[in-house]
Design a binder for this molecule. Structure first.
Ligand SMILES: Nc1ncnc2c1ncn2[C@@H]1O[C@H](COP(=O)(O)OP(=O)(O)OP(=O)(O)O)[C@@H](O)[C@H]1O
Ligand SMILES: [Mg+2]
Length: 351
C-alpha cells in the first residue's frame, strides 16, 4: 500500500547568481492532499518542485518530508516520483521498459518487476500498448506512460510539473479528471504545478498562489476565489478574472468619477484610494450605476460576456442570457454592495 507523505518547506531561498528565484517560501502540505502550485510564468513554481524532488539545491531554508529533514538528501533516496511536462520517455525503450525503468534501477527481480509494470499500466489504461515505443504513441498515451512510470515505485510523494500542457483542450479535461481519480485511489500526496488557474481550481484540494518568487496566498480554491488576498491574485483567478477599477472609498460608498456605488465596508477600513474589484458574474446592466459603453458581446450559447469600457477601463460582465445591447450603446453597471472586493490602492492588499 502506498503511504502518503506530509511536506514542509521552511524559509526556502533560491538564487541564480544575483537573481533571487525564491524569496523565503514557507509551505505545509498534508498527507494525501492534491496540492497545486499556481502562478504566472517565472513565478518560481518549477523551482519549488525541483527543490522538493532534490534536483535543485537551496541557498537557505529546509525541506521536510514526513517530518524528516531531506534538504541534503539525494533525489533517489527521497521516495518521490516526478512527472515532467516533456514526459522525458526513453525513445529506444518499449513502453513496458520505460515504466519498469525505476524498478530496474533499484535491482527489482524480473518477475516482481513485470507484475508491477502490468499493475501500473492497468491503472492508467495502457495495458495494450506495452510493446510499443514512445514514438508510436499519441500525446495522451505518452502522458499516461509517464504517469505509469511515476506510480510504479509506489512513491509517497508525487510531483507533477504541468503534466497536461501538451494535450489538446478536450483530452486535457478528461485526463485531469482521471489524474485526480488516480491520485485518490493511490492515496498518494500530489504536488501539481500549473499556470492555468482553472486547472488548479478544479483539481486541487488546496493551492498556493505564487507571484515573483513569493507565495501570496494559500487556501482551498473556494477560499481563494471568494477572498483573494491581493489585487494581483484577484486579477489572476476566475474566468474571466475579476474587474479591477480605481475608486475612492468614503463612508459606505465607492466613487468613480461622478458615479457612486454603495459597498459593504469591512470593519476598520480607512477612507481613501482603493482598487474596487467586482467579478464579471456579479455585475448587472441597469438604468443606474456606473456609466459604461458596450464594446462587443461574446456569445457562448449558454452564457455571454459583455465587453465594456467604463471611465477608460476595460470591464467584462458575464450574463446568463444574451442581453439585448448593441455595440456602442451607453449603459449603466451595478452590483450588490456585498459583491465588492476592496484592495488598498498603494499596497494591493485586501482591505
Ligand atoms: N538555471 C537558472 N538560471 C537563472 N535563472 C533561472 C534558472 N532557472 C530558473 N531561473 C529563473 O527563476 C525564475 C523562476 O523559474 P521557474 O522555472 O521556477 O518558473 P515557473 O513558475 O515554473 O514558470 P513557468 O510557468 O514559465 O514554467 C524565472 O525567472 C527563471 O528565469
Ligand atoms: Mg515551470
Amino acid at each position: 500500500m502506498t503511504q502518503s507523505a506530509s511536506v514542509r518547506l521552511e524559509g526556502i531561498v533560491k538564487r541564480h547568481g544575483t537573481f533571487t528565484a525564491l524569496h523565503g517560501i514557507d509551505l505545509d502540505i498534508r498527507p494525501g492532499e492534491f496540492f497545486a502550485l499556481l502562478g504566472p510564468s517565472g513565478s518560481g513554481k518549477t523551482t519549488t518542485l525541483r527543490i522538493l524532488a532534490g534536483l535543485e539545491s537551496v541557498d537557505a531554508g529546509r525541506v521536510l518530508i514526513d517530518g524528516a529533514d531531506v534538504t541534503a538528501t539525494e533525489p533517489g533516496s527521497r521516495d518521490v516520483a516526478m512527472v515532467f511536462q516533456s514526459y522525458a520517455l526513453y525513445p529506444h525503450m518499449s513502453v513496458a521498459q520505460n515504466i519498469g525503468f525505476p524498478l530496474k534501477m533499484i535491482g527489482t527481480p524480473a518477475g516482481q518487476l513485470d507484475q508491477a509494470v502490468q499493475d501500473a499500466a492497468a491503472k492508467v489504461a495502457i495495458s495494450h500498448l506495452l510493446d510499443r515505443k514512445p514514438g508510436q504513441l499519441s500525446g495522451g498515451q505518452q502522458q499516461r506512460c509517464a504517469l505509469a512510470r511515476a506510480i510504479v515505485r509506489q512513491p509517497r510523494l508525487f510531483l507533477l510539473d504541468e503534466p497536461l500542457s501538451n494535450l489538446d483542450a478536450k483530452l486535457r479535461l478528461e485526463t485531469r479528471a482521471e489524474l485526480r481519480k488516480l491520485q485518490r485511489s493511490l492515496g498518494v500526496t500530489a504536488v501539481y504545478v500549473t499556470h492555468d488557474q482553472e486547472e488548479a481550481m478544479t483539481i486541487a484540494d488546496r493551492m498556493a498562489v505564487f507571484m515573483e518568487g513569493r507565495i501570496v496566498q494559500v487556501g482551498t480554491p473556494h477560499e481563494i476565489f471568494r477572498k483573494p488576498a491581493t489585487a494581483t491574485v484577484a486579477a489572476f483567478i476566475g474566468t474571466p478574472p475579476m474587474n479591477l477599477l480605481p475608486a475612492v472609498l468614503q463612508g459606505g460608498q465607492v466613487r468613480m468619477g461622478k458615479a457612486s456605488m454603495p459597498v459593504t465596508v469591512p470593519a476598520g477600513a480607512q477612507a481613501g484610494e482603493v482598487t474596487l474589484g467586482v467579478r464579471p458574474g456579479d455585475l448587472r446592466l441597469g438604468a443606474a450605476g456606473i456609466p459604461a459603453r458596450v464594446e462587443f458581446v461574446e456569445d457562448f450559447g449558454d452564457s455571454s460576456i459583455v465587453n465594456l469600457e467604463a471611465a477608460g477601463h476595460r470591464v467584462k460582465l458575464r450574463a446568463g442570457e444574451l442581453p439585448s445591447v448593441r455595440e456602442g450603446e451607453g449603459v449603466h453597471l451595478s452590483f450588490d454592495p456585498a459583491a465588492a472586493h476592496l484592495f488598498d490602492r498603494a499596497t494591493g492588499q485586501r482591505i
